[in-house]
Design a binder for this molecule. Structure first.
Ligand code: GTB
Length: 217
């Protein structure tokens, strides 16, 4: 059965691949698994039917037959466990790849999201400007640590894995991209991820949602 995921009917990023369905689409493309997409509006995401799938009223979700899953990281892990191509066979390497998935989602992403919250939800506060260097400093620290670990390697731990997929996906967010010029190896890492044919197919698919639904004129 073809799995179905949910994505924004009208993505605020206008097809830049920044919403979290992008990682899921990319994972499907890497393993060669077809998928369907159900587009949902902001209002629909808050209705009981969607909340039954995603308790926080967000995208993406994953459904296959009677099975449903939420959280983009968990969905990518599920895809990677069901199909070859995103996790190594060797148990130790596999565990390390999963560690990198968690590192992307729980160590690197939060400092980046903090900047977005500061910008979009707290930008009008009197203390906002004063706080900005602290937020940028925290992102820079994480990027520096990641840059040191990556060094001259192509991917974080041997072959490209679901860990790289989630890490590249996080580093594509504008708050990280803005600082990547200071870390040429990370800039190269993101470029390598984006150059993968599977990334391009996933990117084009999410962009098509926006262009196909764009108002005329
Ligand atoms: N931890 C969850 C996961 O990884 O699946 C987080 C899911 C999440 O944040 N979903 C967002 C959502 O549904 C979309 S991706 N938000 C609606 C809501 O909470 O009401 C976050 C996002 C949205 C838009 C942009 N953008 O336009 O640039 C970037 C990222």
């Amino acid at each position: 059965m073809t799995p179905t995921i949910t994505a924004f009917e009208s993505s605020p990023d206008r097809g830049r691949g920044l919403a979290r369905d992008m990682a899921v689409r990319w994972a499907f493309e890497e393993v060669g698994q077809p998928y369907d997409v159900r587009l949902v509006s902001f209002a629909e995401m808050k209705q009981p039917a969607h909340l039954a799938l995603q308790p926080f009223g967000q995208i993406p979700t994953y459904e296959e037959g009677g099975f449903a899953l939420f959280e983009s990281g968990a969905i990518v892990l599920h895809i990677a466990e069901q199909h070859a191509g995103l996790l190594p066979d060797d148990a130790d390497s596999r565990a390390r790849a999963i560690a990198w998935m968690f590192a992307a989602k729980s160590t690197v992403e939060p400092v980046i999201v903090e900047n977005e919250v500061a910008k979009f939800l707290e930008g009008d506060k009197s203390w906002s400007e004063e706080r900005q260097p602290l937020i940028n400093g925290r992102i820079r620290d994480r990027l520096r640590q990641l840059s040191v670990r990556l060094g001259g390697a192509e991917w974080l731990d041997g072959q490209f894995s679901a860990g790289d997929l989630l890490m590249v996906n996080v580093l594509r967010r504008p708050s990280a991209l803005a600082l990547l010029g200071e870390f040429p190896n990370l800039a190269g890492y993101v470029a390598r991820g984006e150059a993968r044919p599977a990334f391009k197919r996933a990117f084009d698919a999410q962009l098509a949602v926006f262009t196909d639904h764009a108002p005329a004129g």
